[in-house]
Design a protein around this ligand. Structure first.
Ligand code: ATP
Length: 328
């Protein structure tokens, strides 16, 4: 174990995700287990610049493992994008005797951590916390599993009303760059079509598929649309297009929005968060830095932050085929 690190700071940054609290708890308790101090940094990098720190002991994180959101709050900081802002943050860390950082967030937060490490040679370790699962180096990011369960539950409920009225629903789910949520929920909730950023289905094929579904005797239809799908129309434009070309359906739109980020983390996310926190702290204590903790084949693995950011998190192509077969 490294002799140099006596106090670790932990922060959550970017969009919040269920499981962040469980990860904070794990970082704090792993520090306590190894007899070093831990400081919670509030409001991400902005709180770091302002010195918004609080010493945390094992008991200070009681009762949070089951809570959504983040007790440390999250923020986006423009000031941290400037060298002056980062220098202020560095001075605050030195003043508070913080020797290393655990950053829980997405690719933007990891970019900030890398820049900071490069400028000040300050040890940093990343934990991927984002519901989109858009980070390379981990099959699951924190919050992704919970979001899948939240979204599938919402789609099931919409299905009840869709089938009562013979309606076609376009349901927009999160996923600007990757379609993990859309594809998995599409299969899990039995959607007729899934529109994802990785594939351009084309409007003609969409109409064809909806006609086929109607002919096969289905009374309601659900189409899951990822925010960033490549068909080139937003979910409301899609509705207008189908209204125009398919009079047999009554079309409705549901944008699930921020509810997808909330809620109590699933057991999977709580266990993942606990494992990631232990791995992050112990890796820092072993003298490692600028890495992200991830899950691969049920093992905790480390990936250089620059690879985690630049690498692509690919969708499972087999799932695309399964989705297609299931809509027969
Ligand atoms: P999400 O995936 O939910 O959007 P994220 O971590 O990608 O999460 P961002 O808003 O992209 O969220 O980044 C969070 C913060 O990281 C930014 O507000 C900024 O303070 C810092 N950051 C991002 N990019 C840089 C950069 N190039 N240099 C310094 N800091 C950065």
């Amino acid at each position: 174990m490294s002799k140099n690190i006596k106090k670790i700071g932990v922060l959550t940054s970017g969009g919040d995700a269920p499981g962040m609290n469980a990860a904070i708890r794990s970082v704090v308790r792993t520090c306590a287990y190894h007899g070093i101090e831990c400081a919670g940094i509030f409001r991400g990098y902005q709180g770091m610049i302002e010195g918004d720190f609080k010493t945390m002991d094992a008991r200070s994180v009681k009762g949070i493992i089951n809570k959504g959101g983040t007790m440390l709050k999250s923020a986006r900081s423009k000031e941290f994008m400037t060298p002056e802002g980062r220098k202020k943050a560095y001075d605050q860390l030195i003043k508070a005797n913080i020797d290393a950082l655990v950053v829980i967030g997405g690719d933007g937060s990891f970019t900030g951590a890398m820049v900071f490490n490069k400028e000040f040679d300050f040890p940093v370790m990343g934990i991927p916390g984002t519901i989109d699962n858009d980070i390379y180096g981990s099959t699951h990011t924190l919050g992704y599993d919970t979001a899948l369960n939240t979204v599938v539950d919402a789609v099931d409920k919409i299905r009840d009303t869709a089938s009562s009225h013979d309606r076609l629903f376009f349901i927009e789910v999160m996923g600007r760059d990757v379609g993990h949520i859309a594809l998995n929920v599409g299969v899990g909730a039995g959607a007729e079509e899934v529109l994802i950023p990785e594939e351009d289905l084309g409007l003609d094929r969409l109409l064809e598929s909806l006609h086929r579904s109607k002919k096969s005797g289905k009374s309601s239809s659900i189409v899951i649309v990822a925010e960033g799908d490549k068909i080139g129309k937003n979910v409301f434009e899609l509705k207008d297009y189908v209204d125009e070309h398919m009079s047999e359906y009554e079309v409705r739109v549901s944008v699930l929005g921020h509810m997808q980020r909330g809620g109590s983390p699933s057991c999977f996310d709580r266990v993942l968060a606990s494992r990631m926190g232990v791995k992050a702290v112990e890796s820092l204590l072993e003298g490692k830095s600028t890495l992200m903790v991830g899950l691969m084949h049920d093992d905790m693995v480390l990936t250089p932050l620059d690879q985690a950011i630049k690498g692509q998190s690919k969708i499972n192509l087999e799932l695309l085929r399964v989705s297609e077969i299931m809509t027969t």
